[in-house]
Write a protein that binds this ligand. Sequence first.
Ligand code: SF4
Length: 325
Amino acid sequence: MDDKLLEIKNLSVIYKTDEAIVHAVNRINFEIGTKETIGLVGETGAGKTTTALAVMQLLPERTGSISEGEIFFKGENLLKKSKNEMRLTRGARMSMIFQDPMTSLNPIVPVGEQIKESLEIHNHDRKNKKELEARVDELLTLVGIQPRRKGEFPHQFSGGMKQRVVIAIALACNPELLIADEPTTALDVTIQAQVLALMAELKEKLNTSMIMITHDLGVVAETCDKVAIMYAGEIVERGTVQDIFEGEQHHPYTLGLFGSIPDLEIETPRLSPIDGLMPDPTNLPTGCKFHPRCKSCMEICKQRQPEAYSFDAHVIACHLYAKEV
Ligand code: SF4
């Protein structure tokens, strides 16, 4: 596709607690082109949100840190930016939508004021009061809220409408990258579809690239161009949406996510969820992190971390593919 907007190279993130070191993200690589959407998919604790917080440099200051790797945004290494430069980059060039709109909105400030605050903080050239008001109206209209409601407080809006306000705040400064962390999980099913449709429409209209964090493969199929499947802080498979949904080769964990693990001994693949739990990130297994749950586990899997094998843009980190490359 178009130029690279974001490149993540060999990124690892740890959290230090009094008791242990949590290996939350382990040497991941992916990139996003201009106007592309990538889905980061996996169970809770797979490292998806930590990856997003690392990109935004919003990791908890006292406990979280990037232990290795690089994050390039339009060729600039974000990890070399000062705190102040990064603060200006956030909001103006990249922004994030969180799962629960109530954690993002201030309950005692009218929604229009909250959008205006975001414009004032990040968009210094738009100082004229009239212009600011016009931009607030424009953003509310963009997300399907009538501008006359801008004086209302968050509690006067439904869950879906609140998330629309959050999206308006995130889009206030026309970010080049939007990170959406499970943006519809806290919403009713019927509202989820509307918010997703709105995000897809806005992405087209505004040419924004997006990281969509989700555990829902249906959301990925509807909204993403590329997919990275995460497990225990690693990307175990990545490729285009076609590679993941129509390709023949997959990481056993991806097959598990789809709820079907083909058993080569029998003709008809049987449906089977993944047994067991994600490993403790303070005590990860040796070799392949998925080996305690993998039905295809071989002796080598317990000892050696698999390499990432590439089939064009489709990459699978699994010993099963060693002989096929
Ligand atoms: Fe399973 Fe081995 Fe592949 Fe890991 S490397 S997913 S244990 S087959």
